[in-house]
Structures are given as C-alpha cells and as structure tokens.
Design a protein around this ligand. Structure first.
Ligand code: NAD
Length: 513
C-alpha cells in the first residue's frame, strides 16, 4: 500500500485531483496490478528530502504482464484507422488540459522544478498531443516512378509494435508524451519504465491516459512498469519490443543501445548534452544575459539542453561575465511552488555531491569559482548556481555535470569558439549570439556546430515540439517529437505492383528468355 508520508498540506488535494489518493501500484498491465512484487520505490520531495509516497515496483512477472498487455492491445490498435487513433490522442490532450494545474504541481513536487516549469512540462505534453492529432492524417509515404512499364511503386508506413519507453527524472512526463502520443497515432502501444525518481507522476499520467482509452471504448494502450535500472536493462533485451526509446545519461544509452542492437531491435537514444553558447563581440548582450541565465539556471541546470559552457569573445568577456555574476546574485533559490522562486533544489543528495565534486575538480584544474557553488543550509537538496572562470585545458569542462555550473571560456574568434564547442563527446544543443549574418551562417554551415540543435540569438534550452529533437555523437543520434520523427515508430514498406502482362526485370536484366 502506498502510504502518504508527511505530505505537505496541499499534497493530498493534488493527489486526489489526479485520482492518486490511495495509489500503491506502479504497474499497469491492461489494468492496475494489485500487489506487484518488485519492492517499494519511495518518491521523495527534493525540496524537503521527505518521502511523498511509496509506489510498488514491477517484479519479473509484473513486467511480463505489462509487456503482454501491450502486445495484446497492439493486435487491435494497429487496425484502427490512423485519424481515429488521432481522435483518442485529442481526448488525451483534453484530459491533460483539465488536469494541467494538478499534474504540473505534482511534477514540481516530485522533481523540484519550479511551478512555471512543471506546468510548462504539461503544456509540452498538450502541444505534442495536438501535433500528433494533425500527424494522424499525415503519415505520408512517397510514390516513385517505376523504371518498368505498367508498374507502380510507393511506400507505406505500418505500425511497428509495442514500444518500450525509458525516461529520465528531469522530464518525467513530457518525454513519455513525446514518445507515447506519437507512437499511439502511429498504431503502436507503449510500455513505460519511468525514472525511479519520479514514479508518482508516471502513475498519474498512466491513469489519466488509460482512463481516456476506457471511456473511448478502446483497450488500454499504455502499460507502466515502475522499477530501477535492472528493469530498464530487461526492457532493452526484450525482443517483444521492436523499438526502445531511451532518454537519460550517455552511460545508460550505451548499455541500452548495445543490448537492443544485440537482438537486432531498434533504439532511439536521447542522451546527455554539454551545450555551449557562443557570444561574439557584436552580440546583443541583453538577449545573451537572459538566454544564458535561463539556460544555465533554469531547471537547476538539470536539462539535457542546459547551458554548461559560455564561449565569449574577448571584447565582451568582462562585461558579460560581470552582468551574469550580478544576475546570478538575484536568483531566488527556494521552494519550487513559490512564484518568486527561479531555482528549486537538485533531484537528490547524490546530485549535490556530484556538483561539489565537479567544482573541486574545476578548482584543481585551474578554474576559478566566480560565484555560487555552495550548499544551502536548509532541508532538501538546494545549492546556489555557480559560474566558473575556465580554460580550454580543463577536462571537467568536457563532462556533463547535471547541476547548475556554467563554465566561462574566453575566445579570440568564432572559428576558435566553434572548434571548442565541438570538442566534446556530446552533441545536443548549441547557440550563437551575433548580429553578423555571416557569422551566424558560418555557425550553421556544415563546418559549424556539430549539434542536433543550433540556435541563433536564443539559448540552448527550451526547444519547441515542432522540430525534431535530439543530438549527435554520444547524445545518441535519436530524433523525437516534431518534423518527421514519427517515422521511428513505424515500419516502412516499399511496394511495387505490376498491373501489366509482362514481367520485366529491374536494371533491364534478362533471365531465361
Ligand atoms: P539515467 O541514465 O540515470 O536514467 C534514465 C533512465 O534509464 C531511468 O529510467 C533509469 O532507471 C534507466 N536506466 C539507468 N541505467 C540503465 C541501464 N543500464 N539499462 C537500462 N535502463 C537504465 O538518467 P537521469 O539521471 O534520470 O537523467 C539525467 C540524464 O538524462 C542526463 O544525462 C540528461 O542529459 C539526460 N537527458 C537527455 C534528454 C534528451 O532528450 N537528450 C532528455 C532528458 C534527460
């Protein structure tokens, strides 16, 4: 039984609004499994360090049941016409709209992100749902001209199967939506293993989405198996899941990618970033300061797209650094539910330790902490955001520390900045601030940024859902959300029809004539 443990006064209200007051099970396998056997996972509120609730995780048999349910549901769902599948997703969007406030608050409580960002995350789910509804009428294949007379060639896209979705703690519900709602219009069903740091948000969303399925007369499409890394590993090697979409650290992605490849499955990897903002001498510094502040401090530096490196041209280095240090001094760190707060806590004590260890390494390697970087003396996992004066030889600058540390490096030229920016293993998001058209285009050219996302005069963080989201190199190469990312969730079939009376062979080959 999932007990509520000293919940804050309004917590019961939030949970009740989401139908979670007596939540205990973290396994949905065509219905909620009463007493799953995978032990308890405690959901902890990062702003107090206290438990919110206990969720029962999936044991082996529960996991199997969750996948079996998704396999069964797929058999029927794949033959529902795609625009009808879109109608279901539209109803999920409506349900999300109705529950936006409560769900946004739960996300804030469980992850520590500020309320505006918790609500923004739910809005992102709604946006992607709306996108998926439109997509349900646009799953287009190409038609080709055949080289053979009286032949017609085209490609069509079929549903792929049940999709495994592994998510990270920092976007505990939006990343599910990116995957699950696109997968749903593509005719797939979903098995979700959420982060062990945010099981309650996952239970809430699963409840909401399957309730919509029930009311619409469809079988439940969205299985849930709460559990730890070992459950994720099991999912990676599970041949019943033709696609595993995994979001998280590069370390996790490497393990998942290898396991999925061993069984010839398909993986979609959305992994760590080490994103840089380049600010040139001619930049609009007002824009740059705001963008870097949001990118580096927003979500307490716990976004895959967080700004971790500032590569600033010599002429504006002192002014920009000074303005940022001043802006950091005004950042209100505190209760994520308070409207004036700009930065909430880190996710857990280990994250605070990792931030302190990175700062120690930075000092040892010749960096200078210009501001912040301290633990805040109060319950929960609070720190002050740090700016570090750094140089290119520092190894720590090449790592993704999932915390609000901004390394500032001075550069002479755009060419030097691009070379430095690309000289890391990750390749997710990047940005340049300049008023010079040529510099902007050089940044976007094939010899410019090597990242999956490249922005001009806006920061690295806060992507819209309409574009394909993802990155290169150790970031994993996956693309999710907008554009043609839906193709990952379907199987392509190239069709040739001969409507003539001859059997001409391709390439003009003659055989036995
Ligand atoms: P994490 O890698 O610790 O965990 C992510 C998920 O993978 C969790 O569900 C976890 O249980 C599971 N997992 C961990 N090890 C596994 C293994 N060996 N096999 C199978 N599953 C395993 O990541 P986190 O701390 O939750 O999230 C932070 C990381 O996620 C950062 O590196 C961040 O950049 C990245 N991230 C990337 C994106 C993106 O779209 N590129 C988005 C959000 C977060």
């Amino acid at each position: 039984m999932g007990r509520l443990c000293s919940p804050p006064a309004d917590m019961r209200e939030i949970l009740a609004a989401l139908g979670l007051a007596d939540v205990s099970s973290g396994v949905f396998a065509g219905g909620w499994v009463d007493a799953p056997g995978g032990g308890e996972i405690v959901s902890v509120q990062p702003s107090t360090g206290l438990p919110i609730a206990r969720v029962l995780a999936a044991g082996d048999a529960d996991y199997d049941a969750a996948v079996d349910a998704a396999v069964r549901a797929f058999a029927g769902w794949r033959v529902v016409p795609a625009p009808r599948r879109g109608e279901l997703v539209r109803e999920i969007a409506d349900a999300l709209r109705r529950h936006k406030a409560a769900l946004g608050k739960l996300v804030s409580l469980e992850t520590g992100k500020i309320l505006a960002e918790g609500e923004g995350e739910v809005q992102e789910m709604i946006d992607v749902a709306d996108f998926a509804v439109g997509l349900s009428r646009q799953l287009y294949g190409n038609a080709m001209h055949s080289e053979r007379r009286d032949h017609r060639m085209f490609e069509q896209w079929h549903p792929l199967g049940p999709v495994g979705v592994l998510t990270a703690f920092n976007f505990p519900v939006a990343v599910w939506a990116w995957n699950a709602l696109l997968a749903a219009v593509c005719g797939d069903t979903v098995v979700w293993k959420p982060s062990e740091e945010a099981p309650l948000s996952a239970v809430a969303v699963t409840r909401l989405a399957n309730e919509v399925c029930r009311r619409a007369g469809h079988p439940p499409l969205f299985s849930l198996a709460v559990g730890g890394a070992e459950l994720g590993a099991r999912m990676a090697s599970d041949a019943r899941l033709p696609l595993v979409s995994a979001t998280g650290s590069c370390r996790m992605g490497r393990a998942v990618g290898e396991a999925v490849a061993r069984r010839m499955g398909r993986s979609l990897l959305e992994l760590g970033g080490n994103n840089a903002v380049i600010v040139l001498d001619d930049a609009d510094l007002d824009l740059a300061v705001r963008a870097v502040l949001f990118g580096a401090v927003g979500t307490a530096g716990q976004r895959c797209t967080s700004t971790r490196r500032l590569l600033v041209q010599r002429g504006v280095a002192a002014e920009l650094t000074g303005r940022l240090v001043a802006a950091y001094g005004k950042v209100v760190v505190g209760d994520p539910l308070a409207r004036e707060t700009l930065m909430g806590p880190l996710i857990h004590a280990r994250a605070v330790d990792a931030m302190m260890a990175a700062l120690d390494a930075a000092r040892r390697q010749g960096g200078e902490v210009l501001c912040g970087g301290t633990r805040v003396d109060r319950p929960g996992f609070f720190v002050t955001p740090a700016i570090v004066g750094a140089h290119a030889g520092m190894e720590i600058v090449k790592e993704e520390t999932f915390a609000p540390i901004l390394y500032v490096l001075q550069v002479e030229s755009l060419a030097e900045a691009i070379a430095l920016q690309n000289d890391v293993r990750q390749g997710l998001s990047s940005a340049v601030f300049t008023r010079d058209l040529r510099a902007a285009e050089a940044f976007l050219a094939a010899t410019g940024s090597d990242c999956g996302i490249a922005n001009v005069n806006l920061g690295t963080s806060g992507a819209e859902i309409g574009g394909a989201f993802g990155g290169e190199k150790d970031t994993g190469g996956g693309r999710e959300s907008g554009s043609d990312a839906w193709k990952a969730y379907m199987r392509r079939q190239t069709v040739t029809i001969n409507h003539g009376t001859e059997l001409p062979l391709a390439q003009g080959v003659r055989f036995g004539e």
